[in-house]
Design a protein around this ligand. Structure first.
Ligand code: ADP
Ligand code: MG
Length: 240
């Protein structure tokens, strides 16, 4: 059950449409919310809670549309950074999960750098780790592996969670696809569009009841390409 993602092009344009639509809807909704807040202060109406929770739900959805669309609109410049160092930063945000989830990190070389928009990629890593945590119902393990093969950096995130059906796998990355009661279905759409923009690819393997592995591959940053695991190749060494 391996699925490479080839819908990335499509997702980028969805992102741009999403941004336009999100702005169009967010502004009037925010205005309506403000007026309703004024009304609430003067009148006793038993459905206020419902009105506000529905409005907030709509605003959350719109916020996630903007998050998906950001890759194409944000003007962050690419920099060279280590993917696994960034992943470590992200993992520190999941400290509160360590009582039930064991995070196993496997990497021996943190020095290899990729080139890309660091904040976007960080957000994508966050979304992947969050999904992995949410897939684990009680206790479990998340394995994080990082290594370099030639001019490619490979990072995999494997969780021992609920896994996915064939049908879910085939719908991954489609905006609004979610199987969670409180889900937005925007996390992976953001991940896929960011990876696409940063010249990375993603593969998913999943087995219902066993768990899921997301493998992402980035090209090594151009200035690190002539290095082999931190050691300069003979051809680049000035022989005396
Ligand atoms: P959300 O997390 O809001 O549901 P996502 O786009 O992040 O939206 O994920 C979409 C769906 O993909 C999830 O609802 C879930 O069904 C499935 N999914 C994503 N990651 C995993 C995972 N690690 N294990 C199992 N299912 C997953
Ligand atoms: Mg998610």
């Amino acid at each position: 059950q391996i699925r490479s993602v080839e819908v990335l092009e499509r997702l980028s344009s969805i992102g741009q449409i999403a941004a336009g639509v999100a702005h169009e809807i967010r502004n009037p909704l925010t205005t309506v919310k403000g007026f309703l807040q004024m009304l609430r202060d003067e009148h006793d109406f038993k459905y206020w809670d419902v009105v506000f929770s529905e409005l907030d739900q709509a605003l959350v959805t719109i916020q996630s549309l903007l998050a998906v669309s950001k890759p194409s609109l944000q003007s962050e410049s690419p920099t060279d950074f280590s993917l696994c160092v960034e992943l470590e930063n992200v993992l520190s945000l999941f400290q509160q999960e360590t009582y039930r989830i064991q995070f196993e990190k496997k990497w021996n070389d943190k020095s290899t750098r990729i080139r890309g928009k660091r904040n976007q990629i960080k957000q994508a890593l966050f979304n992947l780790v969050k999904n992995a945590c949410e897939a684990i119902e009680a206790t479990g393990v998340i394995q994080l592996e990082h290594h370099r093969t030639g001019d490619t950096v490979i990072l995999s995130i494997t969780d021992s969670g609920v896994g996915m059906s064939e049908e879910s796998l085939s719908r991954l990355g489609t905006p609004f696809f979610t199987t969670k009661a409180e889900g937005t279905g925007m996390g992976l759409a953001q991940v896929y569009s960011v990876l696409h923009e940063n010249h990375a690819s993603v593969q998913v393997e999943s087995q219902p009841g066993q768990g899921t592995t997301f493998t992402i591959q980035f090209p090594v940053s151009p200035i690190y390409r002539d290095q082999d695991g931190g050691t300069l190749r003979m051809s680049n060494v000035q022989l005396m």
